[in-house]
Design a protein around this ligand. Structure first.
Ligand SMILES: [Mg+2]
Length: 364
């Protein structure tokens, strides 16, 4: 029997994981055939049932898996050592390698479920690039499929669901479109409670607004460069520029030194961010949310450098023992996560769709 026709299947549930080895081509159909083979190898009826449920409940993308359903983690060619192990030891072993795009979701689910079990608990999440795919036109962003229902269910169950975003609060509320959600916009400086029609403005907002006027006036019109004055912060998007890197350099050159204006430049994904550091950031927002709702557990999600403030603040609270937390970084459309963001997270998910899947599983 050629070993390239022998595959191992790894499956996991909330309560455990394991691997089965058999003949196939790595496809779901190959897996179906191995439900029988798993029994023939003596790995037991439990395995056959496990894998059978997996085929029906998890690999069919149109179905809605239950929290108890197993997740098929990988289908990889088995090594002769693994085959021997399956035959000789008649037991499951967890392989050293599994498909990296699926394993983090399982880990994120376990960490998040643990954190949210420490009540009262809350979800603090970024929007763009985390629950929304980054799009060409930043004003056309929207939640990825499935995120709205999950957010709504979690908002009813948790002490707080907060969207902590660089966007203006009313803009974020419009794009999220889910009731019962706290919006903390403008990088944590403007709060919009679910029952509020206008956000609470930060102190010194007028002075910062004027400083931002002055900063943005320094940037000449450029093709594909879109400035966005958000009252107490500003974003300059250059994703649509013919040469984004050239546009970024031109933007920075024209802005010059902003320290005398009390402003600081930051960098996001195809965005130059201008903020007033004295007004706070996503980190101060995270601390304020934890304090306001008396949280003992939190799931925090983000994708970009501005989310690092939130990650760091929550990690510090976790370090004191006052908060149980899961810190999840999310890759964008390009599955790309900045190294410093990944390093600050407990687990990195590939895409916003994975983040929505995580929330959907947690909301069941
Ligand atoms: Mg983001």
């Amino acid at each position: 029997m050629p070993t390239d026709s022998i595959w191992s299947w790894t499956a996991t549930t909330l309560s455990g994981s394991g691997v089965a080895v058999g003949v196939g081509d790595g496809s779901p159909l190959g897996l179906a055939g191995n439900v029988l083979l798993a029994g023939a190898l003596g790995v037991g009826d439990a395995c056959a049932t496990w894998l059978g449920v997996g085929i029906a409940g998890r690999l069919d993308v149109e179905s809605s898996p239950r929290s108890s359903d197993p997740m098929i983690m990988s289908a990889t060619p088995a090594t002769p050592r693994m085959i021997g192990s399956a035959h000789e030891e008649r037991r499951f072993t967890v392989p050293e390698s599994s498909r990296p795009s699926d394993a983090p979701l399982s880990r994120a689910l376990a960490l998040s479920a643990d954190a949210l079990a420490a009540e009262p608990s809350g979800l603090l999440t970024d929007f763009d690039g985390t629950l929304s795919t980054i799009v060409h036109d930043p004003f056309m962003a929207g939640l990825v499929d499935g995120a709205d229902g999950a957010l709504e269910a979690l908002a009813e169950r948790l002490a707080v669901v907060a969207i902590v975003t660089g966007r203006m609060p009313l803009d974020a509320r419009r794009l999220v479109g889910v009731p019962g959600v706290l919006i903390v916009g403008n990088h944590g400086t403007q709060w919009l409670d679910p029952d509020q029609s206008e956000p609470t403005m930060a102190a010194d907002a007028d002075a910062v607004g004027h400083a931002l006027d002055e900063a943005l006036a320094r940037v000449p019109p450029m093709p594909g460069v879109v400035p966005d004055h958000k009252g107490v912060s500003a974003s300059i998007h250059y994703r649509q520029a013919p040469d984004p890197e050239e546009a970024r350099s031109a933007i920075l050159d024209s802005l010059g030194d902003l320290e005398p204006l009390g402003l600081r430049i930051g960098h996001g994904r195809m965005i130059v961010e201008i903020r007033a550091p004295g007004l706070g950031d996503k980190g101060t927002a995270a601390r304020a949310i934890v304090a306001r709702f008396g949280l003992r557990g939190a799931l925090v999600m983000g994708d970009d450098t501005t989310d690092l403030d939130m990650f760091t603040a929550v990690a510090a609270l976790r370090g004191t023992g006052r908060l149980r937390a899961a810190i999840v970084a999310v890759g964008g459309t390009d599955h790309d996560v900045l190294p410093e963001v990944a390093a600050a997270a407990d687990v990195v998910l590939d895409t916003p769709a994975d983040a929505a899947e995580l929330l959907a599983r947690l909301s069941e």
